[in-house]
Design a protein around this ligand. Structure first.
Ligand SMILES: [Zn+2]
Length: 79
């Protein structure tokens, strides 16, 4: 399977999975982390997302303000 070749030859010839490989893939799901299951995917998006209100309804920002220290700016050649 690591060489992407099945003894039926369809995988190598047609470059798509044959029924044998699909059956094998179904068996190896026991080695795949539950995080990648469809159930986990659905749980991730189970909660609804609230859209942001209109910008006019936003409250003013009262947190700290960050400013660049202009004394540390370096003028040089760009990339
Ligand atoms: Zn096959």
């Amino acid at each position: 399977m690591n060489d992407r070749i099945c003894t039926c030859g369809k995988w190598h010839t047609f470059h798509h999975l044959c029924s044998h490989v699909l059956a094998w893939c179904a068996e190896i799901t026991q080695f795949v982390n539950d995080y990648y299951t469809v159930q986990s995917y659905r749980l991730a998006y189970d909660n609804s997302f609230r859209p942001l209100p209109d910008k006019l309804e936003w409250t003013d920002y009262t947190g700290p303000k960050v400013e660049a220290d202009s004394s540390r700016w370096k003028l040089g050649h760009g990339r």
